[in-house]
Design a protein around this ligand. Structure first.
Ligand code: ADP
Ligand code: MG
Length: 260
């Protein structure tokens, strides 16, 4: 191949925005000649690298758009530490069928048991599967909706939380919600009902959601819609933070109840 031809090929690839192909063309051509690859094998390798690069870029972009508080995978979760979680069930959820079917997942448990980690891990699986994901806390979402309501932009903000295929609402129950906040939360849940799957986490059992939302009737209406098509995972165990404290010798293993 002449230098002129290589240059022209490079220009074509740039024009087609096949930047990985452009970057790898010369090296892969040399490899193909040395290994006497068929035309089809060469093309397969070259385009395979482009697809892999574009997919990785897309995942990175959608991960940053998801606004996770941290990025930790399901694979990084230590299921041995939390035996109350059915690891098969959790890994099955990683296949994203619940998203496809528009179902919700509710993760309940005390602080530190890995609710946020699991929600983020599943969110990352959803992104890898090609879905758009948005992470928020209940407090943050309600504050945003309240502000939008005051500024006459409620409709836009409701859309903002309705458009992503998967919405993760973390930390329901950490902060009390006033009646107006509960009403806005209800509106959002109604919008997504039976269309937009959600992952919700809470440190409070469903029975306590009446107090969380400051209104038993609204809490029932919210729960009714969330639980109509939902899987609930109840984590009963020690805070993972205790593990480090145990390791550091700050507490004795027989006193887990004193540290939560
Ligand atoms: P929660 O949301 O239930 O309060 P987090 O998910 O924030 O708990 O977990 C607290 C910290 O401990 C996070 O850094 C998380 O990654 C880690 N963690 C919790 N449980 C596990 C686990 N079983 N394996 C690995 N890391 C864990
Ligand atoms: Mg959390």
């Amino acid at each position: 191949m002449s230098a002129g031809q290589l240059e022209r090929l490079g220009e074509h690839l740039q024009r087609l925005r096949l930047f990985k192909c452009h970057e790898r063309l010369e090296a892969l051509l040399q490899e193909a000649v040395a290994a006497e690859l068929s035309y089809a094998d060469f093309l397969d390798t070259l385009l395979g690298e482009e697809v892999a690069a574009k997919t990785a870029k897309n995942v990175t972009m959608r991960t940053s758009l998801a606004r996770f508080p941290f990025v930790k995978s399901l694979e990084a979760f230590d299921f041995d530490y939390q035996p109350s979680i059915d690891r098969k069930q959790l890994k099955g959820l990683g296949n994203c069928h619940f998203i496809e079917h528009g179902e919700n997942l509710v993760i309940l448990g005390p602080p530190g048991v890995g609710k946020t980690h699991l929600a983020v891990g599943l969110g990352l699986k959803a992104i890898e599967a090609g879905y758009r994901v948005l992470f928020t806390t209940a407090a943050n979402m309600i504050a945003t909706l309240t502000k939008a309501h005051q500024e006459g932009r409620l409709e836009d903000k409701l859309k903002f939380y309705t458009v992503p295929r998967l919405l993760i609402i973390d930390e329901i129950g950490y902060l009390p919600i006033d009646r107006h906040g509960a009403n806005l939360f209800f509106q959002l849940i109604s919008r997504r009902y039976e269309k937009g799957p959600m992952i919700l986490t809470s440190n409070q059992s469903f029975g306590a959601w009446g107090e969380v939302f400051g209104d038993r009737i609204i809490a029932t209406a919210i729960l009714d819609r969330i639980l109509h098509h939902a899987v609930t995972i109840n984590i009963r165990g020690n805070s993972y933070r205790l593990k480090d404290k145990l390791k550091a010798g700050l507490v004795r293993a027989e006193e887990p109840a004193t540290i939560t």
